[in-house]
Design a protein around this ligand. Structure first.
Ligand SMILES: Cc1cc2nc3c(=O)[nH]c(=O)nc-3n(C[C@H](O)[C@H](O)[C@H](O)COP(=O)(O)O)c2cc1C
Length: 273
């Protein structure tokens, strides 16, 4: 890439984050202001195989001290490959995208995370490797009914997670890979071309809730931005434009004794000393 193109792309990235005022382009109205129909609050069911998720969270052994959770939250990349319960996964889904109520006449969902204009443009898919009560494969979360729908089998789940995460091989030992996609028009309907920065801010809340809920359960996760977009979009059978993958987070069982192995991921820092 030549320097000129590099500088142009850097500028575009900054502009995306900065939200220049777009006055130079003239006035515009959003599709909401133009009274176009509101897109659905969630993606419609795609499968007939639906698993109702348990919601008796009082049965979980949860750390509830927020200060402790904030101190203990860290990225975990060493997973012990022990069993993970369906109730734990159910809790993680609820903590990240769970619906608490509906605002207005199906105008918006109110969830466990905030969202600009309550648009909640994200969908959650799971690549399940090893969760009690679930066969391995690809699932999609149905937030309105707090259920999972089974979409398809995956031939070699470890290889699939490995490829999806750009060969960050540690991720394949996670019990489950959370994949977040954006259904763009859900927020563009209200915010037009200014929708995408707030959507990414929303996604930060989702990701952090997954970190904190995992920590509360004694599980480990790590945000991953270096994933293979095309590979995941193809796997999910989404078009990569109207809906596209934005963030993935593996969640796995961990143990305190692996702290040293975790530190080894930062051994490159020693070279700088
Ligand atoms: C948006 C985002 C993307 C990240 N992408 C990766 C990644 O692709 N690979 C990785 O090993 N860690 C990734 N991380 C983890 C960061 O490296 C980690 O959060 C950072 O080093 C601080 O460590 P801590 O989370 O333990 O506080 C990502 C974190 C975030 C929030």
């Amino acid at each position: 890439m030549n320097k000129e193109l590099y500088d142009k792309l850097v500028h575009e990235g900054r502009r995306f984050m900065r939200h220049d005022n777009y006055a130079e382009y003239g006035p515009w109205e959003s599709d909401q202001e133009l009274k176009k129909p509101q897109p659905p609050l969630v993606k419609a069911r795609m499968s007939t195989e639906v698993i109702a998720l348990p919601k008796d969270f009082k049965d979980l052994s949860l750390e509830n001290d927020l200060t402790k959770l904030l101190i203990e939250r860290k990225s975990h990349r060493v997973y012990t490959e022990e069993k993970m319960s369906l109730l734990a996964v159910s809790y993680l889904l609820w903590a990240t995208q769970g619906v608490k109520s509906i605002r207005g006449n199906n105008y918006a969902t109110l969830r466990t995370v905030p969202s600009g204009g309550a648009r909640h443009p994200f969908e959650t898919y799971l690549l399940v490797r090893d969760v009690e009560g679930l066969k391995s494969g690809l699932y999609h979360y149905l937030p309105l009914e707090h259920s999972l729908e089974y979409l398809q089998a995956v031939d070699d789940i470890k290889e699939t997670i490995d490829e999806a995460t750009c060969r960050q091989t540690w991720a394949a030992k996670a019990n489950v890979l959370f994949i977040y996609t954006c259904v763009a028009y859900r927020c563009e309907w209200r915010y037009g071309f200014a929708a995408h920065r707030p959507a990414l801010i929303d996604l930060g809340h989702i990701g952090e809730n997954l970190y904190l809920a995992s920590t509360a359960l004694g599980l480990g996760t790590c945000g991953i931005a270096a994933f293979d977009d095309d590979y995941i979009n193809n796997l999910l059978k989404i078009d990569g434009d109207e809906e596209y993958a934005c963030y993935v987070e593996p969640v796995g069982t961990i143990k305190a004794e692996d702290r040293g192995k975790e530190e080894a991921f930062y051994s490159f820092l020693k070279d700088d000393e």
